[in-house]
Design a protein around this ligand. Sequence first.
Ligand code: FAD
Length: 400
Amino acid sequence: LTAHVVVVGGGFGGATSAKTLRLLDSTIKVTLIVSSDRYITCPGSNWVVAGLTQLDRLTVDYRRLQANYGIDVLVDRVDRIERERRRLRLASGRQVAYDRLILSPGIAFRWDEIAGHDASTAEIFPHAWQAGPQTALLSRQLQAMPDGGVVLITVPADPYRCPPGPYERASMMAWWLKQHKPRAKIIILDAKRSFSKQALFEAGWARHYGYGTANSLIEWHSLADNPIVELDSRGNTLRSEFGDRFQGEVLNIIPAQAAADIARQSGLTDSGGWCPINPLASQSRYDEFIHVIGDAAQYAPIPKSAFAANSEAKACAIAVVNLLHQIPLTEPNWMNTCYSLITPEHGISIVGVYKLDAEQAVAAVKGAGGVSSPLSADFAEREASYAISVYRSLVVDTFG
Ligand code: FAD
C-alpha cells in the first residue's frame, strides 16, 4: 500500500521536506497543504525597507514542486488535527488521512507582554515579522516620517524567529535614512542583554552610521531588567516597567512569539509555547506520528531561521522514509547560515553546525562554524554578495 505523508505549511521547512521526500522515494504519496498559492519569503524582506528589492521579487509559488516532483499541493487551512485517527480537518470541509504528518506551520504572536498591543494595533504599528502587507506598510511609514523623526524597534527575548533580523532591519532603515532623512534616529529597545553578531553589527554601525557618537543614526538599549510593558497607541509611546517612556514617529514592535496556533491547539506545545521534539527523527514528544520542524519546533541551540528549517526538513524527510521502510534511523547533522546586510556593500554572516550529543540532544559541533572575521572593506563587500547568492540558492533549493 502506498504510504501517505502529509506536510502542513508551505514555508521553508514544509516545502523542503515535501521535495526531499519525493527525491528520496517517489513511491510515497506526498500532500503539501499551503495556506495560499503564493509565499513571500521573510529572508530578503528587510532589504525591501531599504528599497533594495520589492515584495514581488521575494514571492514564490508551488508550481515547480507540483510539476517536477509530483507533490500534491492543496491550498487550504488545517483547522484540526485528529491525532487518534491520524486525520486532518481542513477549512474547506475536506478531510485528509495521513500515515505520517510533518508540521512546519511557523509562528504565532504573543500579545500578553505589552498591554495595549494586539493583532489590531499591529496593523498600525507593524511588526512585519511575516513578510507581506506589513512589510510594505513599514516601508511607507519610514518614507513618510519627517526628517528628525524617531523609529522605535522593540525586540523580544529569545527564542524568536531570526535572531539577527531586528539588527539587519535597523541597518537597512539606517541606510535609507542616511540618504533621505539624515537627522532621523533609530532606537532599538531590546529585551536581551546581547544579540547575534553584536560585535560585527556594532563595528558596521560605527563605520557607516556614527554608532557610539551623539549623532548616531542607531542607538541600542538593553531593557532586560526594565522591559517594555505598555503601548499607548494614541501617543505613539511605549512605557517600560519602571515608567520610562519612549516616543516615536514609527513604532516597529516585534512581539514575543510561539509556535503557530495549529500546533498549540493540537496539544503539541509545552508551557513555553514551542513544540518539543526528539531530534533524532524530529518526532513530537507528544505524538510519534507527527514530526515538527522549522520555527515551531524546539531545536535550540539551532536558531529559528529559513536555512535551519531547510536543514531540519532534509533530516526529517530522511527519517520519515526510514521509518516508513522500517530501516534503522541514521544520526542527523544540521547546518545554519545567516547573512545580514549592514549596507548594500557590507555583509556579515554566522554559521553553525550541529549534531546529537551523548544524551541525544542537539548540540553545536565545537570548532565548526563561527562569524565573519573582522572585516576588510573588500571582504565585507564579498559577504554582501554572498548574502544575495545564499538567499537565491536557498529559495531554489526549497521551492525550485
Ligand atoms: P514559515 O516560513 O512561517 O512557513 C509556515 C507556513 O505555514 C506559512 O505559510 C503559514 O501560513 C502556514 N500555516 C500555518 N498554519 C497553517 C495551517 N493551520 N494550515 C495551513 N498552513 C498553515 N532566515 C534565514 O535563514 N535567512 C534570513 O536572511 C532570514 N531573514 C529574515 C528576516 C526577517 C525580517 C524575518 C522575520 C525572518 C527571517 N528569517 C531568515 C527567518 C525565516 O523567515 C524563518 O525562520 C522561516 O520562514 C521558518 O520557516 P517555517 O517553515 O518554519 O515557517
